[in-house]
Design a protein around this ligand. Structure first.
Ligand SMILES: Cc1cc2nc3c(=O)[nH]c(=O)nc-3n(C[C@H](O)[C@H](O)[C@H](O)COP(=O)(O)O)c2cc1C
Length: 135
């Protein structure tokens, strides 16, 4: 199994409506492709993990990388020989306090603040693991 973790920075401001649309569309596409993962958003910073079949994850990641709505897409961790899925189902952290987090299953509140964190490989893994066990 293949896993990739990356961070990026929004270009347009993602309000709760845009985030919801992104989440719904991504879930649909990822489910079709057998991909699970997690997307955390906080104050303009994304941290995402995608896991599944290598060809499916790489094709999805190539689409994501080209997406003009974010920039500075940096791969923090890549594992071509992942033994098991960290995320049993797709979920998404959401720092916006507008109440959207209650509306969609899988939304999680970001407490520490993603923007403040140093997003290197080991921190990214810690953050993602804390969300996957909270989900
Ligand atoms: C931060 C971020 C995360 C995204 N995550 C996914 C994802 O997990 N799965 C997915 O299919 N698209 C995801 N997208 C959307 C893709 O970039 C792309 O817009 C979408 O897959 C449609 O691609 P297409 O227009 O080439 O068909 C994400 C976009 C952004 C900005």
């Amino acid at each position: 199994m293949f896993r990739v973790v990356y961070s990026s920075v929004e270009v347009e401001a993602f309000d709760s409506g845009l985030l919801k649309r992104l989440l719904i569309n991504s879930r649909l596409r990822n489910t079709e492709m057998g991909i699970t993962g997690m997307l955390i958003y906080d104050l303009g910073v994304f941290l995402q993990m995608l896991e599944g079949d290598q060809a499916a994850v790489q094709a999805t990641f190539r689409r994501i990388e080209r997406d003009p709505r974010h920039r500075n897409v940096s791969v923090l961790w890549q594992d071509a020989d992942a033994q098991h899925r960290i995320c049993g189902e797709w979920s998404m952290g959401f720092s916006d306090a507008s109440g959207a987090s209650q509306m969609l299953k899988g939304f999680l509140a970001v407490e520490g603040g993603l923007r403040a964190a140093v997003l290197d490989r080991s921190n990214a893994i810690k953050i993602l693991e804390s969300y996957s066990s909270a989900a």
